[in-house]
Design a protein around this ligand. Structure first.
Ligand SMILES: [Zn+2]
Length: 580
């Protein structure tokens, strides 16, 4: 049980937490010798017994105690197994990155030999490996590795504690650190920083102590930036641009993206921030692949004879853009006889009903009109799978330029209207649609269809049918049962908020359920109260709370697997809870 560390917020693998000592340390943090007592290497003692005896057993909760450790090279297994030691206060243990020993419970784990990590493969392998072996609600301290250039990436990987060792040692080698990387101080004609240390360096010449002052300041500044990025849920965007400073860091990002289980299990359902797809790595983001996967697997298109393919718009949701309003006017009443699918990069396919869902309503991408090979292949793969599952008798493609050509190359049998938004283009669209919609069946209630699509998207196939069963009616953004009581509503950020009635309707699906013990929670549901949780729950998901004495709904603050394994922290923010 972790008594001294708690994760407060998450943005992917990055997290904000607090180390609860006499003075609370907000993580990610730079820690120093003032914050811990380290028993040191066992090899500094005559025997293991002596090392264990020398370990301070209690500091109250003033300082972190790092138990004695057995030093070993980066890829080597330590030669001695040390027995577990119980402590009164916050406890830290050294964990060796590349051996698979199971670890005893501690509040903080210190990565051994971290300072000798020299390549991105070892860095990513070490962090992912260690994170798998230590409790999710413990802090990870990686000594002697952080620099202003790599700090944000370290935080993104899931590292909570770093130190100044590297930048201070580097100062004695004349290495000048900025977030853009490391350079010899002697190489500068003009220093790019105007801090008090740099002003002194310019005046007094090279001095290791003064240079260390600058290096530490840059590390502290970068830490503040990284923390703010996590708080604002923009750490991924920041890391995508920050890793550009060295090829090793860029390689690191590509390697961590290949650790799909690690990243996906920690990626929230929804972010408040805009998803900027500005780099090649953006295409691999979990948010993108998750959206596409759900469109193809969870979502089923409404029964429609006609499919209309449309381009995306800069403004989101698309319906609010000028171009899509013009399309809607051109379609007029024929809109009820066709289904609209928007083609876009990097999300590939956005059915009209899902345009308010994250990230479809919150992404931005550099628009050039050019589709590169990877984007093209991704779009084709998704469209192929989509048309395999959802069949239409006729397709109209109101697309222009490369996008139209891609559809033609794919051999899509469609009426191509040439795209565009001028009067002629819209007349083409209108004419083409009038023709193909002749004899087409009218779609069922499109507003209900939207709810059904959203429910399937968030809770899995079949959820829409359960949620909309019986006589339901739509009022604004709310769906009500026959008695006029709310079942669910669409929130402004495109998610579904369930009422208890809605949760009861979805319960038979057996998904997104958090099972709790024999009590009635209030306000927040804490992780220790969770008995079981659906593993696919991610932060931000609407979840059903079920216990012997309580039933209700809430919004997940951590992933389902994390709720089961955590001993501290808020698992779910409760919204409605009833005694039963
Ligand atoms: Zn400076």
């Amino acid at each position: 049980m972790t008594k001294y560390f708690e994760v407060i917020r998450r943005d992917g693998p990055a997290r904000l937490g607090k180390l609860l000592m006499e003075e609370t340390i907000q993580t990610p943090a730079i820690i120093s010798k003032d914050d811990y007592l380290a028993a040191g290497s066992v090899f500094c003692f005559c025997s293991v017994g002596e090392a264990l005896a020398a370990t301070p057993t209690s500091t109250g909760n003033k300082k972190l105690v790092i138990l004695p450790h057995v030093p070993s090279a980066l890829h080597a297994k330590p030669t001695i197994d040390l027995p577990n030691q119980e402590l009164d206060g916050p406890k830290a243990m050294v964990v060796h990155p590349f051996c698979d020993d199971l670890m005893d419970r501690a509040d903080v784990y210190v990565m051994g030999s971290a300072g000798s990590i020299r390549n991105p493969r070892d860095l990513v392998g070490a962090v992912v490996g260690v994170r798998k072996r230590i409790p999710v609600d413990s802090a990870l301290y990686v000594p002697a590795l952080a620099t202003p250039a790599n700090l944000a990436f370290l935080v993104y990987l899931g590292i909570d504690l770093i130190d100044k060792t590297r930048v201070v040692v580097d100062a004695y080698y004349g290495r000048y650190h900025t977030r853009d990387g490391i350079k010899a101080l002697s190489e500068f004609d003009e220093l790019p920083c105007k801090c008090q240390y740099c002003l002194r360096l310019a005046k007094e010449g090279e001095d290791a102590k003064i240079l260390a002052g600058h290096n530490i300041l840059k590390l502290e500044e970068e830490l503040a930036v990284a923390r703010e990025m996590v708080r604002k849920e923009t750490i991924r965007e920041y890391v995508e641009r920050q890793v550009r400073v060295t090829s090793d860091l860029t390689a690191g990002l590509r390697l961590i993206d290949q650790e799909h289980v690690y990243i996906e299990g920690r990626t929230p359902q929804h972010r408040r921030s805009t998803l900027y797809a500005n780099t090649a790595e953006s295409l691999n983001r979990v948010e993108i692949t998750r959206f596409a996967e759900r469109v193809l697997n969870r979502y089923t298109a409404p029964k429609s004879d006609v499919l209309l393919l449309l381009p995306c718009s800069a403004r989101k949701p698309y319906s609010t853009s000028r171009s899509h309003r013009l399309f809607a006017m051109a379609l007029g009443s024929r809109r009820k006889y066709l289904h609209e699918l928007i083609l876009t990069s990097p999300l590939a396919l956005v059915p009209r009903e899902l345009e308010e869902v994250y990230p479809a309503a919150n992404y931005d991408v550099p628009v050039t009109g050019h589709w590169d090979l990877e984007e093209r292949a991704w779009l084709l793969r998704c469209l192929d799978a989509y048309l395999e599952k959802n069949r239409y008798a006729r397709i109209v493609a109101h697309l222009e330029g490369e996008l139209e050509q891609i559809m033609k190359d794919l051999g899509i049998d469609a009426v191509f209207t040439g795209g565009g938004t001028n009067d002629d283009a819209l007349a083409h669209l209108s004419d083409a649609v009038s023709e193909v919609c002749q004899g087409a069946a009218r779609l069922e209630d499109m507003r209900l269809g939207r709810y059904s699509a959203l429910a399937d998207y968030y809770f899995g196939s079949g959820a829409g049918d359960l949620l909309l069963a019986g006589k339901v009616k739509i009022k604004g953004r709310e769906i009500q049962n026959e008695k006029g009581r709310p079942v669910a509503m669409i929130t402004p950020n495109g998610t579904i908020a369930l009422s208890s009635d809605g949760a009861r309707r979805l319960e038979p699906l057996g998904k997104y359920i958090v099972t709790i013990g024999d009590f009635l929670p209030k306000g927040s549901l804490l992780a220790p109260g969770v008995v079981d949780a659906d593993e696919q729950i991610r932060p931000g998901d609407e979840v059903i709370i079920r216990g012997e004495k309580a039933f209700g709904v809430g919004r997940a603050k951590m992933s389902g697997w994390e709720m089961i394994k955590s001993t501290r922290g808020v698992a779910v923010d409760l919204k409605q809870i009833e005694k039963r």
